[in-house]
Write a new protein. Structure first.
Length: 227
């Protein structure tokens, strides 16, 4: 698997890359809800989602990225500071890098609320930290071998999930914790795992249909003000 940075530089050549990213990460998974062989359009497409669902009963696994429909209760509405004023918003279709799972809830970084450049930094750092895992991904996924990041999971099992998020934030001079959220599994609808070969679209995905109460551009602007 090429690095996220190399993939980003290559995909910049495509004028319609933002539309492609939306078609893959929103239309295919959420609107059309394509599953299994239905979502395999290109010869290089994979279906790790089905393999891992059979392994884990559809529950989230740390180190993987998921999208889903979520209807938060009033106490779960996101609050961020805009100067001295509190701003509120909801994200009904998060795009979450799973960091931890605890019974009926799981937590992770909602990549939607990170500015596009910060998502790329996060994905690149994750790739560099576990390069040996990603180097083998193309072979394992193309051969329908269950592919999960066991080294990352072992860190999570030692209760160091939030520590590694903090460490990555410091290393990248970023605030990845801005996107850290908890989700109740029972409130989730249309829970979908993003395939590894589709991670390259994440830095181009604007998620404009996901947020309510506040436009996603303002959410991103407040990131810079609070970082």
């Amino acid at each position: 698997m090429e690095s996220p940075l190399d993939n980003y530089k290559y995909l910049l050549k495509f004028n319609d890359i933002e539309k492609i990213a939306n078609d893959v990460l929103f239309e295919k998974y959420i609107i059309q809800n394509k599953v299994g062989i239905q979502k395999k359009i290109d010869i290089s497409d994979t279906d790790q989602e089905s393999l891992i669902n059979r392994l884990n009963g559809g529950y989230p696994i740390p180190g993987l990225i998921y999208t889903f429909i979520y209807k938060p209760t009033p106490e779960e509405i996101n609050i961020v500071m805009s100067g001295k004023k509190q701003e509120r918003y909801t994200d009904h279709v998060p795009l979450v890098f799973c960091v931890n799972i605890n019974g009926k809830t799981f937590s992770g970084i909602n990549l939607n609320v990170l500015p596009l450049s910060e998502r790329l930094k996060f994905l690149q750092l994750y790739y560099e930290t576990y390069k040996s895992f990603f180097d083998d991904i193309e072979r394992t996924t193309q051969n329908n071998v269950v592919t999960i990041n066991k080294k990352f999971i072992s860190i999570i099992l030692s209760n160091n999930g939030q520590k590694i998020v903090k460490m990555w934030s410091d290393k990248a001079n970023s605030n990845f914790g801005y996107g850290y959220r908890n989700y109740s599994i029972e409130k989730i609808d249309r829970f979908r795992m993003i395939e590894f070969n589709e991670y390259s679209y994440i830095p181009f995905f604007k998620s404009e249909n996901a947020t309510k109460l506040m436009h996603i551009n303002k959410v991103h602007n407040l990131y810079w003000k609070n970082s």
